[in-house]
Write a protein that binds this ligand. Structure first.
Ligand SMILES: Cc1cc2nc3c(=O)[nH]c(=O)nc-3n(C[C@H](O)[C@H](O)[C@H](O)COP(=O)(O)OP(=O)(O)OC[C@H]3O[C@@H](n4cnc5c(N)ncnc54)[C@H](O)[C@@H]3O)c2cc1C
Length: 375
């Protein structure tokens, strides 16, 4: 990737993507906002979508680097997270599995920012055990009738198109799961209110209610029963590229703590002169760089068409856990001022914590790694 694309994205994110109230509990949500449209005009909503559908057609490594630039330049991780959910878990499954007609109709609107994307698989009794989902689709002539309740749909209440995972054959386990692209306004398709949460506040999350929701066969992604494959493919993109945003956040945090440690004086010295502080910062750097190399390695493997499950899980695990630790380190180094809302240090910790939960928890990533090792 050209260095200029990274730098240009950082410059753009710093100047155009941060809003005053993005961390408020009564937040102005990022999807659909002025900033969302600005991100679209800069190409951020279609990074890895092929050019014929209005995207840039970047590979995973370039996409992850741009997400990194976004996380570095834009302090609102909620915006980066919403873009990630839209692009990796909604647009990319459409790119790969939707019919040519559906792709032509939906993807250009998603890349231009006119339409917002979401994905809905999690249910109250199907979290990590994701294919234990209960939502159903039953055939009715040429249509399917969807019923069920989904929890935690990022971008949910505002989404124009949502990839919904349901069982079409409950007796077939994960091979009985299918994915449908359901559009806002379809009768029987209704989001709840966005709920309050710890961080990522400009990214709305809501439940989704499906009540006799009738959709055409043409909204099916791939074939009947291909839902597990669609989900796995979208998670590969999300676990690889979305987490580039957290690398950017960690880089910014590192620079902030270095500046602070050089300026803040106690006992007549700069706190950077206390080895307890400087070694903590050295560890922050080491953790971030190790996670970065894992991500780049994972993206390279993915871009070469290899099964990169092991590399992607390691990268996701390393970045998310490093982001939480980096948030804690930044707080400790700042002392009391870090705990106040004055500098945004506590916000970055709140934004980092869910990274170990969404896209598969840390425990699930360790399970995937163990399985890849033959355990
Ligand atoms: C910010 C955020 C955004 C999200 N966005 C979306 C979205 O857009 N669409 C969507 O469908 N979902 C979304 N989710 C849901 C997310 O994917 C789930 O929260 C996640 O998969 C974990 O499921 P759970 O919350 O039910 O936890 P559980 O699965 O109940 O897990 C609870 C604990 O048990 C552990 N555990 C579970 N199984 C095992 C095991 N086999 N071995 C060891 N430990 C285990 C977990 O790791 C965790 O620590 C989002 C979640 C968050 C927090």
């Amino acid at each position: 990737m050209q260095a200029s694309l990274y730098q240009e994205t950082v410059r753009f994110a710093k100047s155009s993507l941060v809003a005053d109230r993005f961390d408020s509990t009564t937040s102005e949500y990022a999807p659909g906002s002025e900033r969302w449209r600005a991100a679209a005009s800069h190409g951020l909503l279609g990074l890895c979508v092929p050019e014929e559908f209005g995207g840039s057609g970047f590979d995973a490594l370039t996409t992850a680097r741009v997400m990194e630039a976004l996380g570095y330049g834009c302090e609102d991780m909620g915006l980066a997270f919403s873009i990630g959910a839209h692009l990796f878990a909604a647009a990319m499954p459409l790119v790969r599995y939707a019919s040519p007609e559906l792709r032509r109709r939906v993807l250009p609107r998603m890349c231009s920012g006119e339409w917002i994307g979401a994905n809905a698989i999690t249910e109250s009794e199907a979290g990590s055990d994701v294919f234990a989902l209960c939502a159903r689709a039953e055939r009715d002539g040429d249509d399917w009738i969807l019923n069920g309740v989904k929890s935690y749909v990022t971008n949910g209440p505002l989404a124009d198109v949502t990839i919904v995972y349901v069982k079409t054959d409950p007796s077939a386990g994960y091979l009985g799961v299918s994915a449908f692209a359901v559009e806002r306004g379809t009768p029987g398709f209704q989001f709840g209110e966005a709920f309050e949460k710890m961080g990522l506040r400009s990214a709305p999350i809501a439940s989704l209610y499906l009540e006799d929701c009738r959709v055409a066969q043409s909204t099916l992604l791939g074939t009947e029963g291909a839902g597990a494959e669609v989900f796995r493919s979208s998670m590969q993109w999300e676990r690889a590229c979305l987490f580039g945003g957290y690398l950017g956040q960690m880089q910014r945090q590192l620079e902030t703590v270095v500046d602070y440690a050089r300026e803040r004086r106690q006992f007549g010295k700069r706190i950077a002169n206390f080895q307890a502080i400087s070694h903590r910062i050295a560890d922050m750097k080491l953790r971030m760089e190790s996670a970065r190399l894992l991500l780049y390695k994972a993206c390279c493997a993915f871009d070469r068409g290899l099964d990169a499950t092991l590399e992607i899980s390691m990268a996701k695990l390393a970045i998310s856990e490093a982001a939480v630790q980096s948030g804690l380190d930044a707080m400790q180094i700042h002392g009391g001022i870090g705990y106040t809302t004055a500098l945004g240090i506590e916000r970055e910790l709140r934004d980092a914590i869910p990274a170990t939960l969404f896209s598969g928890t840390s425990e699930i990533q360790r399970d995937l790694i163990a399985r890849e090792l033959g355990l």
